[in-house]
Design a protein around this ligand. Sequence first.
Ligand code: 5GP
Length: 190
Amino acid sequence: MKLLEDRIRRDGECRPGDVLKVDSFLNHQIDVALLCELGKELERLYHGAGVTKILTVEASGIGIACIAAQYFGVPVVFAKKSKTSNIADDVYAAKVDSYTHGVTNTVIVSKQYLHPEDRVLIVDDFLAKGQALLGLSEIIRQAGAEIVGAGIAIEKAYQGGGDLLREQGVRVESLARIASMDPETGIQFI
Ligand code: 5GP
């Protein structure tokens, strides 16, 4: 999506460790008008797919998920990072290795908010190695619900997570796909 690619080129910063910092419009300060355009585009891509719920993970996915949800007219459920490893039996739980923080979190979703009849779209800000998406897919599987697909703002395609999910048969739509990224040579899109 040209609008997002242009914004990444203008305001994105490549940081060591293959981290793209987009704090000025997506991850800290939020450009709501931009996110509305991303949300509309996700709805266009998944129009008619029968999405009943959007699932994301706290914290950075919540903004884009909520804005996209307005165009789908469905609720957002966000997986919470649990501090305790004692998992109650009223939640679905999965382990997620955090790309940016280098820790493993258990993420949980109350059984109240995902049901077998749900058709779930996963929405997140970034897709890197795919750990967040795999964890959320696992939670949807535990609920017996259907994964309609994933809608991602920025996929760092060279890190393999998108391909891993696509190989598993998950539809993954990313609005900007980065082919390579380097502080010296800049950002190339697919
Ligand atoms: P994955 O689980 O696919 O390896 O990484 C996805 C998660 O890590 C996203 O939810 C996002 O919060 C974070 N993430 C991965 N790469 C980046 C990045 O380059 N920049 C930022 N800001 N977050 C990232």
